[in-house]
Ligand binder design. Structure first.
Ligand SMILES: [Zn+2]
Length: 482
């Protein structure tokens, strides 16, 4: 169940701070497609002319599968019977949907117009602030360099690994000089976004949250307290090839760019993780599907590279996978309806974030376990984090009514997720060892039993060893509160 004592390596703090990790990671010369130039796209740009976005109410599984067969692309993250579900419908498909007797509204009669308007806007000279419109991969990479230059004492850039098309997946680490309790590794929050290429609000929101913390350190009390308590690791775009492809060729491309060698392209990176891979109808074995799981767990370099970076990062205690659209705060499991033993704890923290988020713009995110009877997810990152690594984590589905929300959603979305993370950071305490939302003698007793038994769970600082540092760090946080 635990990663902590099964780490296949020994890593030191000196290794973590290795200068090589801070080098500029994005090299446009290595990128086969020039994502900065939409107009130079080598393939014809898909216009989506005549594609409509509908919101249907589905009565049973058979009806869902029939609509999905026509659409091929369900846009609602956790669809439920008798609840509105969004589908992208190709030209001519509406007639077939009507013939099924399905009740639906047309949300957007021609997504081609939406895409064309967005593209025209993005091709126009950009003179406004960075968060006033969506940014391509190169601009996001440049922004990371800007943040490093702004606060080199806090921010360092690293390389996750190469993508299938040999682009560089990059990230950055935000680390204040304050050490962890009793001199141990400070707990790490790992935030990654954009496993799904078309979810453009995800990297923007993630960068906004990171910049709030970085720019606010030592001036804003909330940001300062956050970074003195946690180290934050950010990977804004996991699916770099797919992301570039959404800018050059197909705006609503979701998967990576794997050539499946049968006329289909792409593996859904968020069905390619090893935990419960392929279980329970939660993914597809067909390369044409938007939820194609790939030929094997971690067959895709983007998922495998992210896994390897996670495994080489000690101290991780919380993680977030950022997607659009919901708005939803989702906890494990995705592959089964069975609740994890600590579902009440997940729910209490989810509701805490929900409340903090709602206080910003009065938008209420739905919070709960991911599993959906209509569309479960197996091999998703969320279940690997928890099932394989024992790390508490959530998938956040941001605001927005489609995969092309207006750019005016960017800053409100950033404000919402920043508020949710601050609330979590202020409340979360590792010394609540049994995850019952109370810190008391039971936590102490449970920890000591595990520590004496050298159980993986007692690796309090998650560096791969159970030793005296863990005991000291636990006692400091237990006695002082977090
Ligand atoms: Zn997604």
């Amino acid at each position: 169940m635990s990663r902590r004592c099964s780490l296949p390596f020994v890593i030191s703090l000196a290794t973590l701070a290795a200068p090589a990790l801070a080098q500029h990671a994005f090299d446009p010369a290595r990128a086969p497609a020039d994502d900065a130039s939409i107009l130079l796209a080598p393939e014809p740009y898909k216009t989506y002319r005549g594609h409509s976005l509908i919101r249907a109410v589905i009565r049973d599984h058979t009806e869902f599968n029939r609509v999905l067969a026509i659409s091929g692309d369900c846009w609602t993250h956790t669809p439920r019977l008798e609840q509105p579900i969004d589908f992208l419908i190709p030209p001519g498909g509406l007639h077939a949907i009507r013939a099924l007797g399905v009740s639906f509204d047309i949300i957007e009669p021609d997504m081609g117009e939406v895409v064309a308007a967005e593209r025209a806007r993005l091709n126009a000279p950009q003179t406004r602030g960075w968060y006033d419109d969506y940014k391509n991969l190169e601009a996001i990479s440049d922004k990371v360099d800007e943040l490093v230059a702004l606060r080199p004492d806090l921010v360092s850039r690293f390389i996750v690994g190469p993508s299938l098309e040999s682009r560089t997946i990059f990230g950055f680490r935000i680390d204040s000089p304050t050490p962890g309790p009793a001199g141990t590794i400070k707990p790490v929050i790992y935030i990654h976004a954009t496993q799904h290429a078309r979810e453009w609000l995800a990297p923007m929101t993630t960068m906004y949250v990171a910049e709030q913390l970085i720019a606010g350190y030592a001036t804003d009390p909330d940001a300062t307290a956050f970074l003195d308590k946690f180290t934050v690791i950010v990977v804004p775009v996991v699916n770099v090839d797919g992301y570039v492809y959404t800018w050059t060729t197909q705006r609503f491309w979701r998967k990576n760019r794997r050539n499946n060698a049968n006329g289909t392209f792409g593996v859904d990176l968020n069905r390619n993780w090893s935990y419960a891979w392929g279980n329970n109808n939660g993914s597809s074995g067909s390369g044409a599907s938007e939820t194609y799981r790939g030929t094997a767990p971690f067959s895709e370099p983007e998922a495998a590279g992210l896994r390897d970076h996670i495994l080489s990062t000690p101290g991780i205690i919380l993680a977030f996978d950022i997607h659009t659209y919901g708005p939803l705060i989702l906890s494990p499991w995705g592959y089964t309806a069975s609740p994890p033993p600590i579902l009440p704890y997940f729910n209490s923290l989810g509701l805490l974030m929900q409340s903090a988020i709602a206080s910003v713009n009065a938008l209420t995110f739905t919070s709960g376990q991911w599993y959906s009877t209509l569309y479960p997810a197996s091999g998703a990152n969320i279940d690997w984090w928890y099932g394989d690594q024992s790390v508490l984590n959530w998938t956040i589905e941001l605001r927005g009514g489609s995969f092309a929300p207006p750019p005016t959603d960017i800053i409100p979305s950033g404000q919402e997720i920043y508020a949710g993370l601050l609330a979590l950071a202020q409340t979360f305490c590792r010394a609540d060892y049994n995850h019952d939302a109370f810190m008391n003698g039971n936590d102490y007793d449970d920890f000591v039993v595990d520590w004496i038994g050298a159980l993986p769970a007692a690796d309090y600082d998650r560096n791969g060893f159970v030793n005296a540092d863990d005991f000291d760090a636990f006692v400091v946080e237990f006695e002082q509160g977090c």
